[in-house]
Design a protein around this ligand. Structure first.
Ligand code: GLP
Length: 267
């Protein structure tokens, strides 16, 4: 199905369940690792990628892929949470991914330090490390209800690289479910890859599951390319696939039309 506004490079894959969606996304990563076992992978947090990490770990244990070889860069981290706090993204990544990869060389893991005394220097250093690794081969993304990616909030210039960000009320509200439902416990700031950093990745996969993501994903896939909706910048990326589950697609008949076949290629 085609819309005039949608660029030829945007692919979409619709699945019934988040688990099926994860399996398809994992296949794309497997294909990349078959070509380049030492690829540089950009990782995301949130509830959406958890089934993907589970599938990658299953594949690793079944010797279908080797997760000890890639280098990893995480999208973002809260400012001011101790690393060992259960909701820090360091803890998240250990719990859902890194702790399940025996023999992983921790030097291959790069996560922003939200407690670095000089945040600007930390962000610059992170960018330098990405460059030194040869750039990101594949970036995994979730999407916020307001269309943010990483923690690049609406209004972030598309040209921004890794930076300190003040989180919006809507993002803190959405993430308060991880902090006993108390918004005041959600950090007010974060460090995040910028949209320009993400756009430099050679391949991008965006995962969206559940009805709360329907609107932002639909707008990103088919609406105006605008800094008010950070994910819309992906429409100008040469190699991006939206992996969407039926609940993220179901609210909008138009959206279902756009993503009408399991491996629909949008024009
Ligand atoms: C956080 C993360 C984003 C993530 C978003 C959605 O804000 N910084 O990278 O995409 O949450 O999370 P979830 O998948 O839990 O809805």
């Amino acid at each position: 199905m085609a819309t005039e506004k949608t660029k030829p490079n945007l692919r979409a894959s619709i699945s019934f369940t988040p688990e099926q969606m994860a399996k398809k996304a994992a296949q794309e990563i497997k294909t990349l690792l078959e070509k380049n076992p030492y690829a540089v992978l950009g990782l995301a947090t949130g509830s959406t990628p958890i089934p993907l990490y589970e599938e990658l770990i299953r594949m690793h244990k079944a010797h279908e892929i080797d997760l000890t070889k890639p280098t990893y860069f995480n999208l973002d981290e809260y400012v001011g949470l101790p690393v060992e706090h259960p909701e820090s993204y360091h803890s998240y990544m250990d719990k859902h991914f890194f702790n399940h990869i025996p023999g992983l060389n921790r030097l291959k893991v790069n996560i922003l330090d939200g407690n670095a005394p000089d945040k600007e220097a930390e962000c610059r250093h992170f960018e330098e490390k990405i460059d030194a690794a040869g750039g990101i081969d594949l970036q995994i993304l979730g999407i916020g209800e307001n269309g943010h990616i990483g923690f690049s909030e609406p209004g972030t210039p598309f040209t921004e690289r890794t930076h300190l960000v003040e989180l919006t009320e809507s993002t803190r509200q959405a993430n308060s479910r991880f902090f006993d439902g108390k918004i005041e416990r959600v950090p007010t700031h974060a460090l995040t890859m910028g949209l320009a950093t993400i756009m430099d990745a050679r391949k991008v996969i965006l995962l969206a599951s559940g009805p709360k993501k329907a609107e932002s994903t639909y707008k990103a896939a088919s609406g105006e390319v605008t800094e008010d909706l950070p994910a819309s910048t992906l429409r100008n990326h040469p190699d991006v696939t939206f992996y969407v589950d039926r609940r993220a697609a179901s609210h909008y008949p138009e959206y279902v039309k756009l993503f009408s076949s399991p491996e629909a290629v949008l024009r």
